[in-house]
Design a protein around this ligand. Structure first.
Ligand code: AVJ
Length: 317
């Protein structure tokens, strides 16, 4: 079979997926990046996760936003810009926009152009007096602000505890870049807090198996988009709390010794060999402080829920 011929038939995204997959699965510790979890089915499954009884993150962060909406809006100076990284449907942000009458603009920043422009149009209808300036960009890359907002004061917003999914050096880089945005004054950062192991493991290995489905869906995606033949009956999901690194690790484990074909290449697994798919870092006030200071910010305030499950950290320059 001619592997190169196959390669030419792939879309740009599938080419990147292929390159990264071969690289990740070629390492001694096999890895895939969590960014590939969010195909259509994966995005639906993540939506279901946010409603699970065990998954406290989304509802707790939403409660913190609701409780502190006025205070958070007050951080944005008059005529300033709220710039959100990885804005998606901007669902939680509406809690702020509802009270952001003094904002100069809301700048949702997202990689998914069609979705971003749809969201911007919906927001425009809902908040006719607010300037909406969508920016198509990957939150791991530098952001170029359009001229009409470049000179306005800015507050960054990165909710959802997504910082916890990034390799530490990428999280630090993201925060460093934001610290250098023109006229940035503050950054509102969502972070999940360290709590007891059982609550953490339950949140990432729910009784209904939705998270297992979400994580193993990455193999279905490789089957579909890269012509791979992972047999889902021979892989299982596993979530572990790593106490030392203070993170949940999400893996798919090969239950038997087996080989899998992927775009004409063969990848072998020993029995119990794992593919690391995602890590979700949890923070304490001290580790958050260390993170933000290493990126040139200072921790101004830490807003939490009454049970201190999650936090919104307010960073200042
Ligand atoms: C909300 C994207 C940060 O780590 O909690 C949920 C995604 N992964 N269950 C998280 C996720 C598995 C997630 N983020």
């Amino acid at each position: 079979m001619d592997g190169d011929f196959k390669l030419e038939q792939l879309t740009a995204t599938a080419q990147t997926l292929l390159e990264e997959t071969l690289l990740g699965l070629g390492q001694p510790q096999k890895t895939l990046s969590p960014k590939w979890l969010y195909d259509r089915r994966g995005s639906e499954l993540f939506e279901q996760i946010t409603e699970l009884p065990e998954y406290y993150l989304t509802r707790t962060e939403t409660a913190i936003l609701r409780e502190n909406a006025e205070h958070l809006c007050g951080i944005v100076p008059n005529g300033g810009v709220l710039a959100e990284l990885g804005s998606g449907a901007s669902a939680k942000t509406r809690l702020l926009l509802d009270q952001g009458h003094h904002f100069g603009a809301y700048a949702p920043i997202d990689i998914s152009e069609d979705f971003l422009l749809d969201t911007a149009a919906t927001l425009k209808a809902r908040y006719p007096a607010l300037a909406i300036t969508p920016i198509v960009a990957d939150f791991l890359s530098p952001v170029t602000f359009p001229a009409q907002i470049a000179e306005l004061p800015k507050v960054g917003f990165f909710p959802g505890s997504t910082i916890g999914n990034l390799p530490p050096e990428l999280g630090t880089e993201l925060l460093k870049r934001a610290a250098n945005w023109p006229r940035v004054t503050h950054f509102i950062l969502g972070a999940d807090l360290v709590k007891d192991r059982s609550a953490l493991v339950a949140a990432y290995d729910d009784a209904q198996g939705v998270t297992a489905e979400f994580i193993t869906n990455i193999l279905r995606r490789l089957n579909r988009e890269l012509d791979a033949n992972f047999n889902l009956d021979h892989f299982r999901y596993q979530a572990d709390w790593n106490e030392r690194l203070q993170r949940i690790d999400m893996r798919v484990v090969s239950q038997i010794a087996q080989s899998v074909d992927l775009c004409g290449q063969s990848i072998s697994f020993t029995a119990e060999e794992a593919i690391h798919v995602s890590a979700s870092r949890k923070y304490t006030k001290d580790t958050l402080n260390a993170l933000v200071e290493s990126a040139g910010w200072s921790l101004d305030d830490l807003l939490t829920d009454p049970d201190e499950k999650c936090a919104l950290a307010i960073l200042k320059t």
